[in-house]
Design a protein. Structure first.
Length: 211
């Protein structure tokens, strides 16, 4: 598959709502900034309203030439024409692939050497590894991997590798130098004063750093 964009932006509905940011407006700001890989993370109930928003975002991403990924939900991803990201406790990759079809982007989370090596044999397009650094975005995070360990784990797969967990503008280049193809960012994508304009500016800053 073609290489992934270096910035993998995660739009978490709870985080955005906490900052008073409208999801569609936030995604539009990211796209206008040049972000070309966006995941929608929604851990709550997929109401009709959330589903329609996901479908709208899928269309926005398609029009911008960006990749749109749904977290966890293979059925929603298939219906709205998005890619899918699954974790260790979600639908197994072979089953997810059957739902999605052969062409949709499929990613898989891993947290250690055994999971990464096993993931290399799964029908997925990329693997995620983390947390690289301590993170507050998950209630029960897995043990921290660290940059030095990431460099060793990179040898276990030829698939594109997305690093996630505690990645900031200050440490992102170290993560890429250690072998990650992309960095997934959630918390450091949201400015202290979360306006749509500030979000766009932060995304532009991220892209400049990763170029």
């Amino acid at each position: 598959m073609p290489g992934l964009p270096r910035l993998y932006a995660i739009t978490d509905t709870t985080t955005l709502a906490g900052g008073g940011l409208d999801l569609c407006l936030a995604v539009r700001a990211l796209l206008e900034a040049g972000v070309r890989l966006i995941q929608l993370r929604h851990k709550g109930h997929y109401s009709r309203s959330v589903f329609e928003t996901a479908r709208e975002i899928s269309g926005m991403c398609r029009q911008a030439g960006a990749i749109f990924v749904i977290d966890d939900r293979a059925d929603i991803a298939r219906i709205v024409g998005a890619g899918l990201h699954v974790g260790q406790e979600d639908l197994a990759p072979p089953d997810a692939r059957r739902v999605l079809g052969p062409d949709a982007l499929l990613g898989y989370s891993t947290h250690n050497a055994a999971q990464l090596a096993a993931g290399d044999a799964e029908p997925v397009d990329y693997l995620a590894i983390g947390p690289i650094f301590p993170t507050d975005s998950k209630e029960n995070p897995d043990p921290v991997v660290g940059v030095d360990r990431l460099r060793e784990l990179r040898k276990l797969t030829a698939k594109p590798l997305v690093a996630i967990g505690g990645i900031t503008r200050e440490n992102a280049l170290r993560v890429l130098e250690a072998g990650a193809d992309a960095v997934a960012v959630l918390s450091d994508l949201i400015p202290a004063q979360p306006t749509v304009q500030a979000l766009r500016g932060r995304a532009e800053q991220w892209i400049r750093i990763l170029e």
